[in-house]
Design a protein around this ligand. Structure first.
Ligand SMILES: Nc1ncnc2c1ncn2[C@@H]1O[C@H](COP(=O)(O)OP(=O)(O)O)[C@@H](O)[C@H]1O
Ligand SMILES: [Mg+2]
Length: 226
C-alpha cells in the first residue's frame, strides 16, 4: 500500500485504430500528495488529456491501478465512480464548457444541486466562491457576457463547489492571453490546500516551472522534471 494521496501503478493505455495501436502509456508510475500544484507538459498528442481523463474516471486504462486515499478506483463500481466524479474529483477544460443559457451563479450552483445540497446553501456557497474569485459583480451574467478569463474563473468556482480533493485542469490557460493566464494560474496555486491536489496540463513552460511538481510525458512514460 501507499501513503500518497494519489498513486498510479504500472498504468498502460493504447488506442486502437483500424490499422494500428497507438501506445499512449507504457506502464507509468506516479505518486502525489495533497497540497501540491502539479503541472504536466508534453508535446501535443503525448497523452496529457488522456491521463487527466483516466484520473477523472472518464476514460479507462488498459492495465494498472489508480489509488486515491488507498482506494483502487479502477475496481469500484459505476455508482461509486459517479459519486467520486460528483464529490471528490473535478475537471476544468480549456474551453470551459459552461452552460450557455445559465448565468454564472447558476453554472456554479448546478453541481451542488445535482449533489442534493439545498438550493439556499448552494447559492450562498456559489456566491462566496464567485466573490472570492473577484466575480461578485458578474453573478447574473451569461457566459457570452464574460471575458475568457472570467469564464475560466466561473469554471474554477464550479469545480470547487463540491469541495473536491482532486482538481484536474486540461490546459486551463491555453485560450487566454499572457496576463490572464498568469491570473488563472495564481488562482490554481491559491486553491491547493492540505485537503486538495491540483493537476494541470499545459503548454506554457513558464507556468509549469512555477508549479510545485513538474511532470513531463515523453515516449509513453511520465518523468519528474524537478
Ligand atoms: N478516443 C480516441 N481514439 C483514438 N485515439 C485517440 C483517442 N483519444 C486520443 N487519441 C490519440 O491519443 C493521443 C493522445 O491524445 P491526447 O491525450 O489528447 O494528447 P494531448 O492532450 O497530450 O495533446 C493522440 O495521438 C490522439 O490522437
Ligand atoms: Mg490535450
Amino acid at each position: 500500500m501507499t501513503n500518497s494521496f494519489l498513486k498510479i501503478s504500472n498504468l498502460k493505455k493504447s488506442y486502437h485504430d483500424a490499422n494500428k495501436d497507438i501506445l499512449i502509456f507504457d506502464g507509468i508510475n506516479i505518486a502525489l500528495d495533497k497540497n501540491n500544484l502539479v503541472s504536466i507538459v508534453g508535446p501535443s498528442g503525448s497523452g496529457k488529456s488522456t491521463l487527466l481523463h483516466i484520473l477523472a474516471l472518464l476514460e479507462k486504462a488498459d492495465q494498472g491501478q489508480l489509488f486515491l486515499n488507498n482506494e483502487d478506483l479502477f475496481k469500484i463500481n459505476e455508482n461509486s465512480k459517479t459519486l467520486y466524479r460528483r464529490n471528490k474529483i473535478s475537471i476544468v477544460y480549456q474551453f470551459n464548457n459552461l452552460i450557455s443559457d445559465l448565468t454564472a451563479i447558476d453554472n456554479v450552483t448546478l453541481p451542488a444541486l445535482i449533489n442534493n445540497i439545498d438550493k439556499n446553501s448552494a447559492y450562498i456557497k456559489a456566491k462566496k466562491l464567485l466573490s472570492d474569485l473577484s466575480l461578485a459583480n458578474r453573478l447574473n451574467h451569461y457566459p457570452t457576457e464574460l471575458s475568457g478569463g472570467e469564464q475560466q474563473r466561473v469554471a474554477i468556482a464550479r469545480a470547487l463547489i463540491n469541495e473536491p480533493n482532486l482538481i484536474l485542469a486540461d490546459e486551463p490557460t491555453g485560450n487566454l492571453d499572457h496576463k490572464t493566464a498568469d491570473e488563472v494560474f495564481n488562482i490554481l496555486l491559491n486553491i491547493k490546500s492540505k485537503d486538495r491536489l491540483i493537476i494541470f496540463a499545459t503548454h506554457n513552460r513558464e507556468l509549469a516551472k512555477k508549479s510545485d511538481i513538474q511532470l513531463a510525458i515523453q515516449n509513453s512514460n511520465v518523468k519528474i522534471l524537478n
